[in-house]
Write a protein that binds this ligand. Structure first.
Ligand code: FES
Length: 294
């Protein structure tokens, strides 16, 4: 009975994934003061990394977004991110929990999450680049090719995206040393080049095949059996979806809806569309292209 009297009336929820957010939101609506502890820098958990959810194929962000807003707006919920629990003591109804909050190194009141400070961080970029690493040297042929592209844009940093597009077209991917060289020449932190190169799916940091197969994994194509065609192509090419053949002839990539669902199942190879595919049909197309290459 004495324990009953000493119940605290506040609740601690561990983990800011979709389950933790829902629990915190329900408890706060029920009138409890909630402490939501998340070890990562932000709530959202695994679901924030997903595009669609199984089995309904619903948009993950559409499910998660309202919970994020509820948790963020609720005056009853105290969010403790970058935090971990180091000690728990007490009894049901009255626990005492010790939480270690890791520093965030930014002013949380002012931060808008734009990420510019990461790109411009002198500690992370400039001294490392200049003091630790020698200036990037390319072999003369590469240097001539890349310098030609850079000079087309008067070596202006505003044209970084266009320069990367041209380099991608020239090499079929963005070699790491070339990326560093470009950053060096444009007097930019190397992370600026990397953040662009990793943001756009049109760029690749690994070599791609001469023929890029984009096979649609969207709903219409899925319903019409694209999975079996993907399996067939993976078998024929001895690679998994997302990989490139050893001879750099083909890269097989899965994409979401190519915008021609009436032709499903559908794929494009170097931009050319092939619709109403069958397993044998897709296999023959690849074989024909491979033979033409020889
Ligand atoms: S779902 Fe495949 S093209 Fe639309």
């Amino acid at each position: 009975m004495s324990n009953e009297k000493q119940k605290t009336g506040s609740v601690l929820v561990v983990g800011g994934g979709i389950g933790g957010m829902q629990a915190a939101s329900d408890l706060s609506e029920a009138g409890f003061r909630v402490y939501l502890v998340e070890e990562g820098p932000a709530i959202g958990g695994r679901m924030s990394q997903l595009d669609k959810t199984f089995p309904t194929n619903d948009c993950a962000m559409c499910i998660m977004g309202p919970r994020l807003v509820e948790v963020g707006n609720s005056l009853n919920i105290k969010l403790l991110t970058n935090s971990e629990i180091t000690r728990v003591e007490g009894y049901p109804g009255n626990f005492k929990v010790e939480v270690l909050r890791h520093p965030r190194y930014v002013n949380e009141e002012r931060c808008t999450g734009c990420g510019t400070c990461t790109e411009a961080c002198l500690t992370r970029n400039r001294p490392y680049f200049e003091a630790v690493e020698p200036p990037v040297r390319l072999d003369p042929k590469d240097e001539e090719r890349v310098t030609g592209i850079i000079n087309t844009y008067q070596a202006k940093k505003e044209y970084l995206l266009a320069i990367l597009q041209d380099v991608q077209a020239e090499y079929n991917y963005l070699p790491e040393d070339v990326l560093r060289y470009i950053a060096n020449r444009l007097n930019l932190p190397v992370s600026s080049a990397y953040s662009l190169a990793t943001y756009y799916t049109a760029f690749s940091l690994t070599p791609k095949g001469r023929h890029i197969i984009n096979i649609c994994l969207g709903t219409a194509c899925h319903v019409r059996g694209v999975d079996r065609i993907v399996e067939r192509l993976e078998r024929d090419l001895s690679i998994s979806c997302g990989e490139t053949t050893q001879d750099l002839a083909f890269t097989l990539e899965g994409v979401r809806c190519l915008g021609c669902c009436s032709l499903s199942p559908v794929m494009t190879i170097n931009g050319k569309t092939y619709g109403n595919l069958t397993q044998d049909g897709a296999s023959k197309i690849i074989e024909r292209i491979w033979k033409e290459d020889q």
